[in-house]
Design a protein around this ligand. Structure first.
Ligand code: GLC
Length: 528
């Protein structure tokens, strides 16, 4: 039986504010996404991704750029209308693209009618929909929890009018919902059904591991100490189980991927035990330094601790993290390492997640202090996509006819999608080839995986399925490397792809293979 689509898939994250602006107001929108679908799938020269994950487009005061949701079942006018979502889903499905939408269950906006009611009085029927507590003596908040955003400080804000504090693990405009209240659970699960009924293929679940945490230790836990933390609660697992039940009400392989931001892979994979999430983003991988040994450890540890059937997924970029080309720059090596990193995300066994612009090798944008808008320093990776060179399309680089809400990357002239499209040496061309190869090769999208040794300098692994064996090798050393590849189990093969545009492809003997600095190669091994 073929593996489910979400195991084979390459999923492409769209951050709607920064993808494409059809209205000309400087902020991206759904009509812009629809107009640019040819870039993704179903047109000549398209990247060839299998699904898109749309970051929030719901009505929002934008205190956290959409992750503060004021209505879970509508669209912010900035982005369009419900009819635009329907059109987007139809256009994607017509191209064979699945659609994943972001669901933000841990907190709503403080302008959500639920919270407006909840804060109105201690006796309001919605009071208990959020996490309200009395302060400690001396005007101190109920406990010492801190917001995830350093600039926010305490995770509690005092409501003067009613004399109690409410919990917010992010900004004060993002009050935490009280998942211990069955009415909250019922109302929130209904918002999933709203989108499933409209045909979406699944959800990315915002801070899945934080859902359902309250300041008191969970019932039945021995001792209170481990529960002083504000995340990874039994309640989070319970809610993910309920989400799964809702997905199972629908046919057609609907999928849930959680943002499970925990650094212990045993705890991370605990969400993948079968009746909770299908996939979890792996932030151990995302935060791995540029070291072959560190990546190998992360991958091997996942396999060692994951429960049977748990499927890995890999991503190196999203809207919350510096881009790979900047993060791994190491004195000018960013662009080459970003190309090599594409092999890690796309050819390690697991579902691959790409962030818009990663396929263009975009670096972080320079954001001068007067243009900073995010509370947590995440503007640089959220810079708009340069679609055309500014010399041809004007300063909005084909992203907008207006003034872009964040600056475009400095090198838009060279990095623009239209410039890369016809250049076989471009990052875009490399990604396109890798996606094509992955989709066409069972060993590379569902095959078994064996990690080879290689110390600090070499990350290498073999994938195999249906009698084919493929070797992937990436050079992490500071110079050229002649790797020992005896573990590959074949003396030679066909070098099918290199991240170094200067490399000639074709027959290669592994014993004589020398990898250039920051080069990664893909070799179809000879049959033994
Ligand atoms: C997640 C989102 C991030 C947001 C936070 C609060 O981490 O990815 O962008 O700020 O949750 O919703």
């Amino acid at each position: 039986m073929a593996s489910p689509w979400w195991q084979r898939a390459v999923v492409y994250q769209i951050y709607p504010r920064s993808f494409a602006d059809a209205s000309g107001d400087g902020v991206g929108d759904l009509a812009g996404v629809i107009a640019r679908l040819d870039h993704l799938r179903g047109a000549p020269g398209a990247l060839g991704v299998d699904a898109i994950w749309l970051s929030p487009f719901y009505p929002s005061p934008m205190a956290d750029f959409g992750y503060d949701v004021a209505d879970y079942t509508d669209v912010d006018p900035l982005f369009g209308t419900l009819a635009d979502v329907d059109r987007l889903v139809a256009e994607c499905h017509a191209r064979g693209l699945r659609v994943i939408v972001d669901w933000v269950p841990n907190h709503s906006s403080d302008r959500h009618p639920w919270f407006v009611a909840s804060r109105s009085s201690r006796s309001d029927p919605k009071r208990d929909w959020y996490v309200w507590r009395d302060g400690r003596p001396g005007g101190r908040p109920p406990n010492d929890w801190r917001s995830s955003f350093d600039r926010v400080g305490a995770a509690w804000t005092l409501d003067e009018a009613t004399g109690q504090w409410y919990l917010h693990k992010f900004t004060a405009e993002q009050p935490d919902l009280n998942w211990a209240n069955p009415e909250v659970e019922a109302a929130m699960l209904d918002t999933l059904r709203f989108w499933l009924d409209r045909g979406v293929d699944g959800f990315r679940i915002d801070v899945a591991h934080e859902v359902g945490s309250v300041p008191e230790p969970p019932a039945g836990t021995p001792g209170t100490e481990p529960w002083l933390r504000d995340q990874d609660w039994p309640g989070s697992h319970r809610v993910m189980g309920r989400v799964r039940e809702v997905l199972e009400e629908y046919d057609g392989d609907r999928m849930a991927v959680g943002e499970v931001y925990v650094f212990d892979q045993r705890r991370l994979t605990g969400y993948l035990a079968g009746d909770e999430l299908h996939l979890a983003h792996n932030f151990v991988f995302m935060n791995t330094p540029w070291s072959a040994r560190a990546f190998r450890q992360t991958v091997e540890e996942f396999d060692a601790v994951a429960p049977p059937g748990a499927w890995p997924s890999w991503c190196l970029e999203n809207h919350d993290h510096a881009r790979v080309a900047s993060r791994y720059d190491g004195g000018g090596r960013g662009p080459a390492r970003a190309r090599a990193a594409a092999l890690l995300v796309l050819l390690l066994r697991g579902t691959a997640f790409l962030f818009q612009g990663q396929e263009l090798g975009l670096p972080d944008a320079e954001v001068p202090p007067e243009r900073v808008v995010d509370v947590d320093g995440r503007d640089p990776e959220r810079a708009p996509i340069p679609w055309e060179p500014p010399s041809a399309a004007g300063p909005g680089a084909g992203f907008t006819a207006g003034e872009p809400w964040l600056p475009i990357v400095a090198d838009a002239e060279r990095l623009a999608a239209s410039v890369q499209r016809d250049d076989p040496r471009s990052a875009l061309a490399l990604y396109r080839r890798l996606l094509e190869l992955r989709a066409a090769t069972p060993a590379l999208h569902e095959g078994r995986q064996t990690m080879l040794g290689g110390g600090d300098d070499l990350l290498a692994w073999v994938r195999e399925a249906r009698g084919e064996r493929w070797l992937v090798a990436v050079n992490f050393a500071d110079g050229p490397l002649r790797p020992r590849l005896g573990g590959a189990g074949a003396p030679a093969g066909e070098l099918v792809l290199s991240t170094d545009p200067g490399r000639a492809e074709g027959r290669v003997a592994l014993a004589g293979l020398e990898l250039a600095r920051d080069e990664g190669v893909v070799v179809r091994l000879d049959r033994a």
